[in-house]
Design a protein around this ligand. Structure first.
Ligand code: NCD
Length: 317
């Protein structure tokens, strides 16, 4: 979406990673690295949001994304307000757009929004005035750009060269905005060997993510991979009949230490969280030496600091 860049190519909103170049993504990763004291350990900000206000509106559940955006904004010196959706005027029938435009009238500079409706972010962005920027914190099953960014940052900290990587994304890919944003970022950064593993009805439609190879056989798909990204079964987005029989799903797709041995010896294991232990992966893997799940969370704060700072810099210049 070109509307997220201004006429000089600066980031004005962050709606999707689809269409952003490898250079833009690398620039954001470099900026995030500057806010880390060690991989996965966010340090202090640089005050680049001093005098600016961030409003968070999470219409869907969130732990990591919401808290990390708020910490990122505060560490950059912003004022942060949160709308509590169940007790807001949304409960009286106000549309999301009216809610945002109302709050915009109070001189807000950034909106951080999570919502289940596909296409909503783009339509909001086109209606915001010059002052406010929109950051997508999760849009239906379509996109989750800051998650995609923190994921590639985490991969870069372990694996220097994207071009020769084998990356497997496993589980409920069909309903996963995390998988879609990760694929957009990985392809832009030059990954050639991208594999999607899951039961047939949880793989994306055949006309989507066509650059990736598809596997229903976990053991074949994970073979010699450098990165294994596990996903949760997103029941809240499934239609009846989509949910596989849980026991057979676990048998075929839960990442156990036996299965992980089929990947490359120094493969990293990722998960955006929340983990359903025993279904997505076994405890021994989630807490094992190859897991970078906690590092992803820490990187998420630095990456959100970077995105906020990049957009704020564009506003000032
Ligand atoms: C994910 C999300 O909300 O899309 N979580 C996250 O933001 N870290 C993944 C999920 O809910 O399974």
């Amino acid at each position: 979406m070109n509307e997220q860049l201004d006429s000089r190519g600066h980031l004005r909103h962050l709606i999707t990673l689809d269409g952003l170049s490898g250079d833009v993504l690398s620039g954001l990763m470099d900026r995030a690295e500057a806010y880390l004291i060690a991989p996965g350990q966010p340090g202090p900000g640089d005050g680049s949001l001093e005098g600016l206000t961030v409003c968070q509106l999470f219409f869907e559940a969130s732990t990591r994304t919401k808290i990390s955006f708020e910490l990122a904004a505060r560490r950059q010196g912003a004022d942060v307000v949160n709308l509590v959706i169940p007790t807001s005027s949304a409960a009286k029938g106000e549309t999301v757009l009216d809610t945002l435009l109302t709050i915009q009238s109070m001189a807000v500079d950034f909106f951080v929004v999570r919502h289940k409706e596909a296409g909503l972010m783009r339509s909001i962005a086109t209606r915001l005035g010059d002052r406010a920027s929109l950051i997508n914190a999760g849009e239906g099953q379509q996109s989750h750009p800051t998650q995609g960014l923190l994921d590639v940052l985490t991969i870069r900290q372990h694996k220097k060269d994207f071009k020769n990587l084998s990356v497997a994304i496993t589980g409920d890919i069909r309903h996963s905005r995390v998988a879609r944003s990760a694929c957009h970022a990985l392809l832009a950064l030059g990954v050639h060997d991208l594999r999607l593993i899951g039961p047939e009805n949880l793989l994306p439609e055949s006309n989507e993510l066509t650059h990736a190879r598809r596997y229903t056989d976990f053991d074949a798909g994970i073979k010699d991979c450098d990165v294994v990204m596990m996903l949760r079964l997103q029941k809240e987005r499934m239609k009846s009949g989509d949910i596989p029989d849980l026991e057979s799903y676990r048998k075929q797709y839960c990442l156990t230490s036996r299965r992980l041995k089929l990947a490359s010896g120094n493969a990293i294991v990722m998960h955006p969280g929340p983990i359903n232990r025993g279904t997505d992966m076994a405890d021994e893997v989630a807490d094992g030496r190859q897991s970078v799940v906690r590092q992803q969370v820490g990187n998420g704060v630095a990456m959100r600091m970077a995105v906020l700072a990049a957009i704020a810099a564009g506003k000032k210049s």
